[in-house]
Design a protein around this ligand. Structure first.
Ligand code: FES
Length: 174
C-alpha cells in the first residue's frame, strides 16, 4: 500500500483528551481555566477545545505546583508568555530562572524546619527541654508572633538580650 503524503492538521483536543494525556482531572482543568492558567475555545456545539500546546503548559503548572509555587505566582509568570504558540525551551529557562530564588528560599525554610522539628521553634510555649537555652524567658516574643525560629531560619536571639534578661532574673532572685 502506498503511503499518503497528505499532512493531516492536528485538531484541537477535547477536555477528556487533555485529561487523559496530561493525567489531570477534568475538574482540575476547569479550575485551571477559571483561574486563568489555561485557555480554551468553544466548538460549534459549545464544548471546550484546547490546542495541543496546552499539554506543555499544564506540565509546567504541575511541576510548579509540586515545588510549592502558589497558583497566583504561576499565573503571573505564565501571563508573561505569548498565548499563540507552545512554550519553548527558552520560555522554560526563563520561568525556572524567575522561580529559582523562591525555590531556594523554600528549600532553606524546609531544611530549617527539618533541622528544628525536634528542638525549640520559638513559639512561646517554653515547654521543650532546650527552650530555655534557645528562647529564655520567651525573648523571641519581642521579635514577633508565631513560631519565630521556623519563620526566620538562621536568626536567633542576640547575646545582648540574653545577658540583660539574665541580669533581670538575677535581680529578681535577690
Ligand atoms: S518550642 Fe515553643 S518556645 Fe521553644
Amino acid at each position: 500500500m502506498e503511503k499518503s503524503n497528505v499532512i493531516v492538521p492536528r485538531r484541537d483536543l477535547t477536555v477528556g483528551e487533555v485529561a487523559a494525556r496530561s493525567g489531570v482531572a477534568v475538574s482540575t482543568l476547569h479550575f485551571y481555566e477559571a483561574k486563568g492558567l489555561i485557555g480554551s475555545t468553544r466548538s460549534q456545539g459549545n464544548q471546550r477545545r484546547y490546542p495541543r500546546s496546552v499539554l506543555r503548559r499544564i506540565a509546567v503548572i504541575r511541576i510548579a505546583q509540586r515545588t510549592g509555587i502558589p497558583l497566583a505566582e504561576i499565573r503571573k509568570t505564565l501571563s508573561s508568555l505569548p498565548d499563540d504558540r507552545p512554550l519553548l525551551a527558552s520560555d522554560w529557562e526563563r520561568l525556572s530562572a524567575s522561580w529559582n530564588a523562591d525555590l531556594t528560599d523554600r528549600i532553606d525554610r524546609l531544611t530549617a524546619l527539618r533541622d528544628q522539628l525536634t528542638s525549640c521553634i520559638g513559639c512561646g510555649c517554653l515547654s521543650m527541654r532546650d527552650c530555655p537555652l534557645r528562647n529564655p524567658y520567651d525573648e523571641l516574643s519581642e521579635k514577633g508572633s508565631g513560631a519565630y525560629l521556623l519563620e526566620h531560619p538562621g536568626e536567633d536571639i542576640d547575646e545582648k538580650g540574653k545577658k540583660e534578661k539574665g541580669k533581670k532574673k538575677a535581680l529578681a532572685a535577690d
